[in-house]
Design a protein around this ligand. Structure first.
Ligand SMILES: Cc1cc2nc3c(=O)[nH]c(=O)nc-3n(C[C@H](O)[C@H](O)[C@H](O)COP(=O)(O)O)c2cc1C
Length: 206
């Protein structure tokens, strides 16, 4: 059975980001995809300090929810990251979490399907969507898409329920993502993962 890990970057339990994600979870259940939601926006998560100890230990030096998410991510066929928009950007707690999660985990993320979801009152949605998708596109992760950029509108808790187009976008996204995860699982059985080259690191230094 395909598994998807869903990281909710909102600090508000039952907020608009949760409403958007619940719409996806309903579809994942109908599609036979196991979905686990972890809400991290209300947790105390500090940023990366570039100590590099993860290169030796294989996990982050700060032993918090990031190290709990790592094995769940490794096991998952797909990852959804969702954020409320704060000042036309993702919530800072989510960014701290994703920087450390992606940087500290050495496992192969190739062909795990990624999708990002953004929620806002009015503006900054597509900038935040682009910001979040960059974690996937540096990691060999195909990005699932929908009928529109994956955004839902609402300000006060519950208002997202009124955004019929936004919620439909979430349902279509979850269906497309389920299809991709299942198809990639079949493709991996038949063809294996794409051949890997040793990474050339040049850092723009001559
Ligand atoms: C610090 C802060 C900054 C915000 N910045 C924006 C913004 O740039 N654009 C916007 O449309 N809404 C902004 N909002 C509103 C939230 O994105 C909106 O209320 C959203 O529904 C919150 O999702 P949640 O209920 O899951 O927490 C901001 C809210 C906060 C608390």
């Amino acid at each position: 059975m395909a598994k998807v890990l869903i990281i909710n970057g909102s600090p508000r339990v039952g907020g608009n980001t949760s409403i958007a994600l619940n719409e996806m979870v309903k579809i994942f259940e109908a599609e036979g995809v196991e979905a686990e939601v972890v809400q991290i926006g209300n947790k105390d998560i500090r940023g990366c300090i570039a100590c590099g100890s993860c290169h030796e230990k294989g996990k982050c030096v700060f032993d918090d929810v990031v190290n709990e998410l790592a094995p769940k991510f490794e096991e998952a066929n797909g990852l959804v990251v969702a954020s409320p928009v704060y000042y036309a950007s993702a919530n800072a707690t989510l960014i701290a979490c994703l920087d450390r999660l992606f940087y500290s985990t050495g496992f192969d993320k190739t062909m795990k399907v990624g999708a990002s979801v953004v929620v806002a009152r009015r503006g900054g949605l597509s900038a935040t969507f682009d910001e979040l998708n960059k974690y996937f596109t540096i990691s060999g992760m195909p990005v699932a898409s929908s009928q529109y950029w994956n955004s839902v509108h609402g300000r006060e808790k519950g208002q997202a329920e009124q955004d019929a187009e936004g919620l439909q976008t979430m349902r279509v996204l979850a269906r497309n993502m389920s299809f991709l995860m299942k198809s990639i699982a079949l493709g991996k059985e038949k063809y294996g993962l794409p051949e890997k080259e040793e990474h050339q690191w040049t850092h723009f230094i001559r």
